[in-house]
Design a protein around this ligand. Structure first.
Ligand SMILES: [Zn+2]
Ligand SMILES: [Zn+2]
Length: 399
């Protein structure tokens, strides 16, 4: 399901009783920028993509103009062309990966329009009040992943319990599944749905650096041999090569370092976010399934479909519903009468589950899809509470 949000131009919609087609992306509450009618979603800092593109294309253009062209003379005809063709193809490949990483949904979890309903009454808040008992949502819940307890936090902005490994990006203002980090060079969150492309982009940029670096030296050596001079004198004869050698040498530390770091993260099944917070220093990582399985998870599993349909037409009725004023989750919950809650608690588990789904509490489905996305649905263990109705997953309130 996707969230339906109050439109920014609500006055225009209602004015004169005229209905205007409004799509989800136009009512989006995150800080994202959309292109082509919601077909592409970027982060708010998407302009940095152009800088990143420039940093890739400019040195390649310099190489083609000043080094590659000369290599055509030094190498037998076809080999010289092959060197250039591989470089250009590889550049297109790298830039395409950059655009794919930047322009697709990284795994945003749609915001809820209402906070979830609390499961328990907090009697402590009743003290001093003889009126209705007060309810509150616990800040954390505990779920079992692969037999280990994982704490999931409630997100006030998105009004949901974040599935495991999900985090709220402060720049994009969205909860993102398997949040890795917000990449300022890509101008997008790196998460469940674009991590693979991000890694491929970074590693291809590394190879591009190595390629340009190597052929600059090859060209210098060719000059050295043909003119019978030292390598340094040969380099002076090709200042473009000097610039490119220095440039790619600096860049390779950055992108190469990042590639190696992510190879380590993938092999141990950690996200950058988890690694920076030293999550698994003292505790065992519940997601680590061995190097081979971890790599398979990133590169050879199907990427789950987006939870958002940015181009979906927002129903006017739903849109009006979304316009109901949002209080803080505590306030909206304390407004409920005990009888409402009792009714909820007396329902059969499946009824309650359905009711919560319709009320946009999607923890179960989020975690379920998280699991299936990583082939772990059978690994999220069942427990005792059954409060989510599915029976396949345990959610325990932690007061
Ligand atoms: Zn959030
Ligand atoms: Zn972000």
């Amino acid at each position: 399901m996707y969230g339906v949000h109050p439109p920014k131009k609500s006055d225009e919609v209602v004015a004169g009783g005229k209905t205007e087609v409004i799509r989800t992306y136009q009512t989006w509450k995150g800080s994202n920028i959309f292109f082509l009618g919601g077909r592409f979603i970027f982060g708010p800092d998407f302009k940095s993509v152009f800088l990143s593109m420039f940093l890739i294309i400019a040195p390649v253009a310099v190489f083609c103009a000043f080094v590659g062209r000369k290599l055509l003379d030094h190498f037998p005809h076809h080999l010289g062309i092959l060197i250039m063709a591989i470089l250009i193809a590889f550049t297109i490949y790298s830039v395409s990966l950059l655009v794919i990483t930047s322009g697709r949904d990284p795994g945003i979890i749609p915001r809820n329009t209402h906070p979830p309903e609390p499961e328990t009454m907090d009697q402590s808040l009743e003290i001093g009040s003889s009126q209705t008992p007060q309810l509150r949502l616990p800040r954390f819940k505990e779920v079992i992943v692969n037999g280990m307890t994982v704490k999931v936090k409630y997100c006030d902005t998105c009004m949901l319990y974040r599935p495991p490994r999900c985090s709220h990006c402060s720049i994009c203002d969205n909860c993102v599944q398997r949040f890795d980090h917000h990449c300022p060079w890509v101008g997008q969150c790196i998460g469940l749905r674009n991590y693979r492309f991000f890694f491929m982009f970074v590693s291809s940029a590394t190879l591009l650096c190595v390629y340009v670096f190597s052929f600059c030296w090859v060209y210098a050596i060719k000059i050295m041999k043909s003119e019978d001079v030292s390598i340094w004198k040969a380099l002076i004869k090709t200042p473009a090569s000097i610039v490119l050698i220095i440039y790619t040498f600096i860049c390779v530390w950055f992108v190469g370092g990042l590639t190696v770091f992510h190879l380590y993260l993938i092999s141990t099944n950690q996200s950058t976010y988890e690694n920076f917070r030293y999550r698994y220093d003292r505790t065992e990582n519940p997601y680590n399934r061995g190097v081979f399985e971890n790599f398979k998870e990133v590169f050879w599993t199907s990427i789950p479909p987006s939870k958002n349909d940015f181009r979906a037409v927002v129903e006017r009725e739903a849109e009006m519903l979304g316009r109901t004023p949002r209080g803080s989750f505590v306030n909206s919950n304390v407004e409920k009468t005990p009888s409402d809650v009792e009714m909820g608690n007396n329902r059969k588990p499946m009824e309650r589950f359905d009711r919560r789904r319709s009320g946009s509490w999607d923890l179960a489905s989020d975690i379920g899809s998280f699991g299936s996305g990583y082939g772990e649905s059978n690994r999220i263990m069942g427990g005792s509470s059954g409060s989510l109705g599915g029976g396949a997953l345990t959610s325990q309130n932690r007061q």
